[in-house]
Design a binder for this molecule. Structure first.
Ligand SMILES: Cc1ncc(COP(=O)(O)OP(=O)(O)O)c(N)n1
Ligand code: 3NM
Length: 518
């Protein structure tokens, strides 16, 4: 028999000791397959060979019924005895080369890897796939160390994109961390995980079918986000900064022609201003802070703004729902982590948002970006935070910070201040437009997030262009408003600012931009 073609998307790894007491392991396996499990590994540490073989035969009868491959953990003899579709071995077990020799060329062989070097060795040793772990803390075994999505990424990047080696991640994978793990671990070489391997998240769940359905849907959403990012944003496809700048007049004209609808979960202080700014620039806002509307809206809006300025439980629920549905619909998510480091609640919410969805563009002041850098383990410099406003100019090398956070989060980062910085991890620019009055009215940063969201709707495959265009458009409006004779202070500036967003011409986006590559 030739080697089966394997779908690695949702890989169940069993452990009878962790199986939910309400059912047998066989029931867990069957329920999980009915919920979408695509591959099963029988991993039973406490059974002797005879009992393991007997259980393996029973499990194989179930998996064969659904045409799902069964692999045996560690024990090649059992795999051969029951004619399983393959086996999985660890670094401390029989070698991969020996396992392949015993199994022959037509069985599936997987090996555990925790370093890029182990992954590269697996390429040479005849494995079909690698299990990359341990990703997160797990109760199922004592990990040597945890990799997190960034450690997983380093291993994916060690495997050439065109190599047939498949990859799954293992260790602490649950429905609420799957999406981020998959989207954030994607390598710069375009490699995205082929699947997730799960023990307790399935066998220990109250309902293994429902748990499997959720995990599979989260895996697919993470995979889609990662693939979308690389389709539009891989280095080969990235437009040069010069071409991006040249595209701005057309972007603004198209924005006005199409008037894209953006879903705002904004804050009480700026809701009216962000709605008016969106309209003035040419877009259409819908201010809808209820989670119950998020799914319906995700089908009709073009992008979403999540603003944590005035946090309540229902705002948080709505932001999480809106972000997830936007991801599922392929709509851009713009995150404005207002005052992210000011309180524990804001910090936790920021973390929860980044973990629960793929954020396409993060827009913040230096303090907010610093908090995100720290939360995501990015080795950037820190600055202090007080209230929702950032202190001082922030970083000694702001361009390096935005670039590092963008690279780590696989997204675009826009850091606003006297000079604004935008990076997608590869392209980084500094924008020198704007007026001091923008810093003296509340909500000017939030309005920038709204403008970015409108441009992201027009430029779905280049969010870097959208972020730069959004900042530039509002900064030019700020300059024009600040220069008006009728503007005598922040109050009159606020009205003039909105007027000048509406008056901005596409040509001014080209002729008045002071943007340089950094
Ligand atoms: C898919 C997958 N990845 C990794 C492992 C771990 O295997 P191993 O290192 O042999 O550890 P134990 O399973 O023996 O605890 C796995 N089983 N499956
Ligand atoms: C079996 C196994 N192997 C790991 C590795 O790092 O190689 S982590 C792990 C346990 C995974 O269990 P859970 O899904 O319950 O966290």
């Amino acid at each position: 028999m030739s080697k089966p073609i394997v779908d690695y998307s949702l890989y169940l790894v069993t452990d009878s000791g962790l199986n939910h007491p309400s059912r047998t392991l066989l029931q867990s396996v069957e329920d999980s397959i009915r919920g979408g499990v695509t591959l099963v590994q029988l991993r039973e540490k406490e059974l002797d060979t005879e009992a393991f073989t007997a259980l393996a035969r029973q499990v194989h009868a179930v998996t064969k019924k659904y045409n799902v491959p069964l692999l045996i953990n560690d024990n090649i003899d059992v795999a051969l005895a029951i004619d399983a579709e393959g086996a999985h071995v660890g670094q401390d077990d029989i070698t991969c080369v020996e396992a392949r020799r015993l199994l022959g060329p037509n069985k599936i062989l997987g090996i555990s890897t925790g370093t890029p070097q182990e992954a590269q060795k697996a390429l040479a040793d005849g494995a079909d796939y690698i299990g990359i772990g341990t990703c997160f803390m797990t109760q199922t075994k004592t990990p040597k160390r945890t990799l997190g999505p960034i450690g997983v990424r380093a291993i994916l990047e060690a495997i050439p994109a065109d190599h047939p080696m498949r990859t799954v991640v293992i260790g602490g994978i649950k429905h609420d961390n799957t999406r981020r793990t998959v989207s954030h671990s994607a390598g710069a070489n375009g490699r995205v995980l082929d699947g997730i391997a799960v023990v307790t998240g399935i066998v220990g769940a109250v309902d293994a079918k429902v748990a499997s359905e959720q995990l599979l849907s989260e895996f697919k959403a993470g995979y889609e986000s990662a693939s979308h990012y690389f389709k539009g944003e891989n280095s080969a496809a990235r437009a040069s900064i010069e071409d991006v700048l040249k595209s701005f007049p057309q972007l603004l004209s198209t924005l006005r022609e199409k008037s894209p609808l953006t879903h705002h979960i904004s804050n009480y202080v700026v809701m009216n201003d962000t709605a008016n700014a969106t309209l003035a620039l040419g877009g259409s806002p819908i201010m809808a802070p209820s989670a119950d509307e998020a799914e319906d809206l995700s089908k009709v809006v073009s992008s979403v703004v999540l603003n944590i300025g005035t946090l309540t439980q229902s705002f948080v629920e709505c932001m999480l729902a809106a972000g997830k549905h936007a991801n599922a619909q392929g709509k851009a998510v713009v995150f404005d982590p207002v005052g992210a480091g000011a309180t524990k609640l804001r910090e936790t919410t920021t973390s929860n948002i980044l973990n629960a969805m793929h954020v396409d563009i993060i827009k913040g002041n230096p303090g907010e970006i610093s908090t995100i850098a720290n939360l995501t383990g990015c080795t950037a410099e820190s600055i202090a935070m007080r209230g929702v406003d950032s202190l001082g100019d922030g970083f000694s090398n702001p361009a390096a910070v935005v670039q590092a956070v963008a690279k780590r989060e696989n997204c675009v980062v826009a850091m606003t201040g006297k000079v604004d910085y935008v990076s997608d991890g590869v392209r980084t620019v500094a924008i020198n437009n704007g007026h001091p009055y923008q810093g003296r009215i509340t909500g000017s940063g939030c309005m920038i997030a709204s403008a970015i969201a409108s441009f992201a709707a027009i430029s779905p495959n280049d969010h870097f262009a959208a972020a730069v265009a959004g900042i530039l458009a509002l900064n030019l409006a700020g300059e024009h408003a600040g220069a008006r004779d009728d503007v005598r202070g922040p109050g009159t500036f606020r009205a003039a600012f909105i007027d000048e967003m509406a008056n901005l011409t596409p040509e001014q986006m080209l002729t008045e931009a002071r943007i340089k590559t950094v």
